[in-house]
Every structure is written in structure tokens, then in C-alpha cells.
Design a protein around this ligand. Structure first.
Ligand code: 2BA
Length: 109
């Protein structure tokens, strides 16, 4: 068994949730915050049998898309306050950041 952690954009989370449920994947959604943009995103925890991992990854890939997002770098990102001019920059976010981890044991009481 594997545990998939998938960090996705909030805009994709309902569609992904529906698609996972439709294909009988159990999933839990957590409201999370990206460390760089400090904006909300959604983390899915999905427990899957080994032979269904690729199916789950396909569903994540098909339902999450990359988007450009504007952010204004803060003075803490390597510039001094004296020279700091807050020009917005464009950052590409997602589709999805996915970790697949082995599960030692699984209990469902
Ligand atoms: P954030 O940390 O808010 O990052 C949003 C996007 O900003 C990233 O998109 C990336 O394109 C950019 N970015 C992140 N750190 C950067 C840096 N130091 N310099 C320049 N640009 C940077 P994604 O790579 O698609 O990541 C989307 C979200 O996935 C991240 O939101 C974070 O919540 C999560 N994530 C990404 N890599 C991770 C990792 N190695 N471990 C845990 N979570 C991760």
C-alpha cells in the first residue's frame, strides 16, 4: 500500500475530489498554505493499493492544471530594504506536487 500526498491549487480541489470519489479512491483533503506564496492550497491524502497508484496519479494529472500567479517579493527574499522595490513577478504554480510513500500498516476500525 502507498500513501499519496498531492498538493494542488484550491481551484482544482473540488474537481479532483469528485474524480477520485467517482473511481472509488478514499481521500482526505487538508486546507494548507504554500511556503513560498503564503497562499492557500489543498493537500490530498490518498491511501491506495500498489496496483492503483498509477490510476490515482493519472486522475491527479488530468484534473490539476498549472497556472501563472503574480506575487510581490518581500524584502526578506534576499534584497536589502534600502534597494527594495516591490515589483510583482509571475510564478508558475502546479498542476500538482505529489509525494508517494510506502505504508507500513493500515487499520480501518
Ligand atoms: P508554494 O510554496 O506557495 O509555491 C508556489 C510556487 O512558487 C511553486 O509552484 C514554484 O513555482 C514557486 N516557488 C516555490 N518556491 C520558490 C522559490 N524558492 N523561488 C522561486 N519560486 C518558487 P509549485 O512548485 O507547483 O508548488 C506548489 C505548492 O506545492 C507549493 O506552494 C508548496 O505548497 C508545495 N510544494 C512544492 N514543492 C514542495 C516540496 N518540495 N515539499 C513540500 N511542499 C512542496
Amino acid at each position: 500500500m502507498k500513501l499519496i500526498f498531492a498538493i494542488v491549487q484550491d481551484q482544482d480541489s473540488n474537481r479532483l475530489s469528485d474524480a477520485l470519489t467517482k473511481d472509488n479512491f478514499g481521500a482526505t483533503k487538508l486546507a494548507t498554505t504554500g511556503g513560498f506564496l503564503k497562499a492557500g492550497n489543498t493537500t490530498f491524502i490518498i491511501g491506495v493499493e500498489d496496483d492503483r497508484v498509477d490510476d490515482a496519479l493519472d486522475i491527479i494529472r488530468d484534473n490539476c492544471k498549472a497556472r501563472e500567479q503574480m506575487m510581490t517579493p518581500s524584502a526578506s527574499l534576499g534584497v536589502t530594504v534600502d534597494t527594495y522595490v516591490p515589483y510583482p513577478i509571475e510564478v508558475q504554480v502546479g498542476g500538482a506536487t505529489v509525494f508517494v510513500m510506502p505504508v507500513e500498516s493500515f487499520h480501518h476500525f
